[in-house]
Design a protein. Structure first.
Length: 624
């Protein structure tokens, strides 16, 4: 038989449940603007009835209800939607970061016409044209020097601007690494608190919200994935590596790389291994610095190095109005002091490498002549050596084009005397030095007796840079040039000897007596002709090709970044909007619930009042 006071207890339970529901709605309202907060709902259920079928019970027409009780307080959260937002979030910040920094690079190339590198180079070529017409004019020589100086300053300024963007990105990378480490350690600490709370039977909603918020912030920096094991252990992965496992958090570190302009390499703090992060803002920053900005600087360096080398090559052979010859027009800074390019690469005190930039064959070739030879040339490539075959029916011009169209990091052309020239390009891999010929080999005779570069065929006659005195493998009489100091675009300048005496500008070629002949402007003509010559600046054939392709490439990258960012932003806005409709706090809805719970509370209170009145009648008035 039910207890006489059971009604009071039933009403009390109702009041307690409704009070908790009102408090939870108030908690929702107070956190409506809290970042990452998920609205909560009280789950109530009917209290266990007075009699259960498995227990001894009195005769009753059915189970006697005992009111309500609070089962749990839950977050309204769609876990699958959260996983999609985490997985997709890194793409939005990836393209946002690329869009921002590509715009900076675009602005560097969008120079005013009167100060741009291309305009200054056009003026420089024009000054040589004018000097070729008036080889005796001192003012024409002064124009060559002045415009050469302006061009060098414009190139240096572009290098400084690109390098400045790289330095800015490097600083952002280091800041992002610190931010990742902070977030991962916070997630690990919250994981520990969540496990303790659940072990006590609680439902730590606010802690779960905090962890979800931190995970979402982390997903914007790196391409992470999350997982929960059967034992409720929460894990965060990045590119297949565990970043957080329960209460344990791994960290990243940055290590200065002297071979990469002093930029920092992101490594795992516990192992020192290089960390690979391909998404999020951090992945975008690393790619921007190590690929995009590096490529732009390498491209500028390649143009500068080829430009200065070609001008100097002609100018050294020419003679000035003061009969001075053998001068470089632009300053060149060799990477090593050794005349044969020997270099101690592993810093053990013994030369072990040869840093050579250019080979020039001894024989003059006819571009249209068929070889009548067969063989396979081997050159250093982006990742290992590549092979370039030649056949008896090939012309020299076709073989040169085949070398340049390959993926080798060696380019070829015929100089003004039709000697075959091989030049090193910048290296794709950061492990390899720029402007260093690393491997040249020929199974036949094209690079050997025919063009006069190598001394012997086959592996035994191959030139490899990973040994000292490697130039001994060249044909006797073949010319070579030592590799330049890193980033020649940062220090290119007109030779002070020429700036101090403009008569040293070589417009003519020397006579047998070593003097200039009046009216001879052949050297100036040859230098001016470099502008439209196919000199192979990397993949670009001429200097005009370089300027056109540089602007086009960066413009296309900017367009791609902007379009993809807008697309990803639209996707993420839809996903966040859907999440807010499920998990966000709606003030009007919460107020309506509070009014509903208030009416329920009043009814429960009235029920208790009625039960109290009934009991009062029984206790105080029955039998009176």
């Amino acid at each position: 038989m039910a207890n006489s006071f059971a009604g009071i207890e039933l009403g009390k339970r109702s009041l307690m449940a409704l009070t908790q529901q009102i408090s939870t709605s108030g908690h929702n309202i107070s956190n409506a603007d809290t970042e990452g907060y998920t609205r909560q709902r009280v789950q109530v259920k009917a209290f266990d009835p007075l009699y259960r079928p498995d227990l001894e019970r009195a005769e009753t027409p059915g189970q006697i209800g005992q009111g309500t009780t609070i089962e749990s307080i839950n977050r309204l959260r769609d876990e699958l939607l959260d996983q999609r937002i985490v997985a997709q979030g890194n793409q939005e910040t990836y393209w946002e970061t690329r869009d921002k920094y590509i715009l900076m690079i675009e602005q560097i190339y969008n120079e005013p016409d009167d100060v741009s590198v291309r305009t200054n180079m056009d003026k420089y070529w024009q000054s040589w044209n004018e000097l070729s017409i008036y080889p005796e004019s001192q003012s024409a020589r002064q124009a060559v020097v002045t415009r050469g100086d302006s061009l060098a300053e414009a190139i240096q300024q572009r290098y400084k601007s690109l390098s400045g963007v790289g330095t800015l990105i490097n600083g952002d990378i280091e800041a992002s690494v610190r931010q990742v480490n902070t977030l991962t350690h916070q997630i690990a600490r919250i994981n520990e608190e969540i496990v303790k709370s659940k072990a006590m039977g609680d439902n730590p909603n606010d802690l779960l919200d905090r962890r979800d918020l931190l995970v979402e912030k982390l997903s914007k920096i790196a391409n992470i994935t999350t997982d929960i094991r059967d034992d409720d252990e929460f894990l965060v992965h990045v590119d297949g590596h565990i970043l957080v496992q329960g209460k344990i958090a791994r960290s990243f570190d940055v290590k200065a790389n002297t071979d990469s302009n002093g930029y920092s390499t992101v490594v795992w703090a516990d192992t020192g291994d290089k960390a690979y992060i391909s998404g999020g803002s951090l992945g975008a920053l690393i790619e921007l610095r190590d690929v995009d900005v590096r490529h732009e600087i390498q491209s500028l360096n390649t143009m500068t190095m080829n430009f200065a080398d070609l001008v100097n090559d002609v100018h050294r052979d020419g003679v000035g109005a003061n009969n001075v010859s053998g001068l470089d027009f632009f300053v060149q800074q060799p990477f090593v002091t050794s005349a044969v390019g020997n270099y101690d690469r592993d810093a053990d005190g013994v030369d072990d490498s040869s840093y050579i930039f250019r080979f020039t064959g001894t024989n003059s070739l006819n571009p249209q002549e068929k070889l009548g030879l067969e063989g396979v040339m081997t050159f250093s490539g982006k990742s290992g050596n590549i092979q370039v075959p030649y056949h008896a029916t090939d012309t020299i011009e076709a073989v040169v084009a085949r070398i340049n169209d390959s993926d080798g990091e060696v380019k070829a052309y015929l100089d003004r005397e039709n000697h075959l020239v091989l030049k090193a390009t910048t290296a794709e891999s950061e492990q390899n030095p720029d402007f260093v010929i690393r491997h040249v080999e020929d199974s036949g005779m094209f690079l050997v007796g025919y063009s006069g570069i190598l001394a012997a065929s086959g592996e035994e006659g191959a030139y490899t840079f990973d040994r000292a005195d490697a130039v001994n493998m060249l044909n006797q009489g073949a010319a070579f040039a030592v590799s330049p100091v890193m980033n020649p675009s940062g220090y290119i300048a007109v030779n002070n000897a020429i700036k101090n005496d403009v008569l040293s500008v070589a417009a003519a070629y020397p006579t047998k007596q070593g003097t200039s002949m009046i009216g001879d402007g052949r050297a100036a003509v040859d230098i001016a002709a470099i502008r439209n010559s196919q000199v192979m600046i990397g993949k670009d054939k001429t200097f005009d090709d370089y300027f056109a392709n540089t602007v086009t490439n960066i413009g296309l990258k900017g367009e791609q970044a902007e379009n993809n960012y807008l697309s990803q932003m639209t996707i993420m806005n839809d996903l966040r909007g859907l999440r807010d409709s499920i998990s966000g706090v709606n003030i009007d809805e919460e107020l309506a619930d509070i009014i509903k719970f208030q009416h329920g509370y009043n009814a429960a209170a009235k029920f208790i009042s009625v039960m109290d009145s009934l009991l009062d009648t029984v206790i105080n008035h029955l039998g009176v």
